[in-house]
Design a protein around this ligand. Structure first.
Ligand code: FAD
Ligand code: NAI
Length: 512
């Protein structure tokens, strides 16, 4: 009887929690769909221009009290992209719109309105304090290029794909940075498979078309190779049985191992897992040239001599890291203190671009001695927002203090003067508290990467040490960590639905 009562109470608790959860999510959705009226932007306040809508800029905008500034955002991308799940979009495990959050929805929820221009910033004129912007979209109005003046500027334009000037990469390789890249890859995979099964195709051509080559053994290359092999194992093999003995994934890396930022144990685990999944890893192999049908790669032969070999491919995904965007390299040239900057804008511990006043940089375009990751960019953006909020508060208190000083001077009696003096003391105390902002310090929470066949690797920071783990449990942790990090409830629900959908029905093998 006791056990039965316990069971009944457990059911009730579960039932109530489910209802509470549904109400919570429902309210979140309702709130998202019904934004409040916003304060109009105040042009009398300082104009803060933010370039980019990526990890750095959006985490700044999320925490910024927009009523303190006249905020203007410029970016050619009118959405935020949750990049950690982008490799899953290349094979249709997740649909790309599930990891995009429209910037308009997000900005519409800020207390004071923010101006957004869908445009590319083409040049920053530091002397004139102007950003030149260009509408690069298909539809253009009478005005498609103009300028935006700023008092304060945050540069968060991220980075481009590095090609190291290797001939043929831009013409024939596909990158993996934006939504469009993932869509191109998804289509190319299917195109290669369908073309390989075209009537009378020669065996050599079939082998070439079904050879999927990934260059770069960093996390982007590894995660993509893992996703691609999953796609083959769970779907392609079933729907196109004729390619099952020919489809092959090769990962090419110039260094002696893949995932150099992970611990040795996890590198070995990844390499072992790839071997089991039949992904070929070619380490110590440097790609020197790319043509439309093969890559030329240099490696060291068993006799110690350099060997140059031609590797035919159908799909080539190029994932060899980051390079400067033109707007950043142009800005570097304008600032003498940046003359030695090669990898990005050198910033100080307050993220101020060295040699500049009122110009800050966050994320992949800034060099602050941290890896170019979303984790770093989002922490930098959030810290900068806190600093801007405090700067505004400081200014507010200082104005109040100046007013009180005048009031104190004009006070007719000693009692009145003493009362104002007490207020001044309180405000000065508050000012000291507000002004206490330390420099930016990055807290590394760990590195995570998906390696295919429902396995992931994780190097998690724990107290003063590190926990390294790999396998299926780590994969569940990877999934829950990324779900919790998704931008909005809407993104979280869409991603979960996609995971369930691809598990039940398999991934979609149609080409659009
Ligand atoms: P981005 O997020 O790239 O944003 C740059 C913004 O600037 C974009 O909105 C862009 O449109 C805009 N922009 C570009 N040019 C201009 C211009 N001229 N004017 C105005 N705006 C401009 N990091 C992790 O920590 N964990 C992960 O799991 C992870 N996975 C990744 C997976 C992939 C496939 C990739 C490519 C990266 C991954 N990263 C991950 C790295 C992470 O995405 C980047 O470090 C992060 O996006 C950097 O943020 P950012 O704000 O500097 O740049
Ligand atoms: P990366 O810079 O981490 O790795 C690029 C790799 O390409 C290097 O190992 C390099 O040796 C190799 N390479 C360069 N030129 C080559 C050539 N010609 N031939 C063969 N190999 C060559 O780049 P990636 O993976 O694009 O990552 C960029 C940033 O984004 C990194 O900071 C990374 O940490 C972050 N990121 C993090 C992820 C995660 O945490 N799960 C996922 C994806 C990216």
């Amino acid at each position: 009887k006791k056990r039965f009562r316990l069971l009944r109470w457990t059911w009730r608790a579960a039932y109530i929690s489910a209802i509470a959860g549904a109400v919570y999510i429902g309210y979140g959705i309702w709130e998202m769909r019904h934004p409040d009226d916003q304060l109009a932007p105040d042009p009398n306040k300082k104009t803060l221009v933010v370039l980019g809508t990526g990890w750095g800029s959006v985490s700044l905008l999320k925490k910024l009290d927009t009523e303190n500034y006249n905020v203007v955002v410029v970016s050619p991308r009118n959405y935020f992209l949750f990049t950690p799940l982008l490799p899953s979009c290349t094979v249709g495990t997740i649909e790309h719109r599930s990891i995009m959050e429209p910037i308009r929805n997000f900005l519409r929820h800020k207390k004071a309105a923010v101006k957004y221009y869908e445009a590319e910033a083409t040049k920053i004129d530091y002397e004139k304090r102007i950003v030149y912007i260009n509408d690069d979209s298909e539809i253009k109005g009478d005005v498609s290029a103009t300028e935006v003046p700023f008092d304060m500027l945050v540069i968060g334009v991220g980075a481009e794909n590095a090609t190291f000037g290797i001939p043929g990469v831009r013409e024939h390789g596909l990158f993996l940075k934006e939504v469009g890249d993932a869509q191109r890859i998804r289509n190319r995979i299917m195109d290669c498979c369908e073309t390989a099964t075209f009537k009378d195709q020669s065996p050599e051509e079939i082998q070439r078309l079904l050879h999927m080559v990934v260059v770069g053994g960093g996390p982007t290359g590894v995660e993509f190779a893992g996703e691609l092999q999953d796609f083959f194992n769970s779907d392609l093999k079933k729907w196109l049985p004729e390619i099952k003995d020919t489809f092959k994934v090769t990962l090419v890396e110039a260094l002696p191992n893949v995932l150099p930022m992970f611990s040795k144990q996890l590198i070995d685990y990844t390499e072992k897992t790839f071997k089991e999944e039949t992904i070929t890893i070619r380490t110590k192999t440097m790609v020197k040239k790319v043509t439309d049908k093969f890559i030329e790669a240099e490696s060291v032969g068993p006799d110690g001599k350099k060997v140059l070999e031609k590797i035919p491919y159908g799909l080539l995904v190029w994932a060899t890291g980051n390079a400067l965007r033109p707007i950043v390299s142009d800005f570097i040239k304008q600032i003498p203190a940046q003359k030695d900057s090669r990898r990005g804008l050198a910033v100080n511990e307050y993220l101020v671009v060295k040699g500049c006043e009122n110009v800050w940089a966050v994320g992949d375009c800034a060099v602050a001695n941290y890896a170019p990751t979303a984790q770093v960019a989002s922490q930098e953006g959030a810290w900068l927002a806190r600093m801007f909020n405090q700067m505004a508060k400081t200014q507010e208190i200082e104005t109040e203090l100046a007013e009180l000083s005048v009031k104190q001077e004009k006070a007719p009696t000693k009692e009145a003067r003493d009362a104002v003096f007490a207020d001044i003391k309180d405000l000065q105390k508050r000012l000291r508290r507000v002004k206490q902002i330390g420099p930016f310090e990055y807290t590394h929470q760990g590195s995570l990467a998906y390696i295919g066949s429902e396995k992931a690797v994780a190097d998690i920071a724990w107290w003063s040490g590190n926990i390294a783990s790999g396998g299926t449990l780590t994969y569940l942790f990877w999934r829950s960590a990324y779900i919790s990090m998704c931008f909005s409830t809407r993104n979280r629900i869409l991603v979960c639905v996609d995971w369930v959908k691809s598990k039940i029905f398999g991934r979609d093998v149609s080409r659009v």
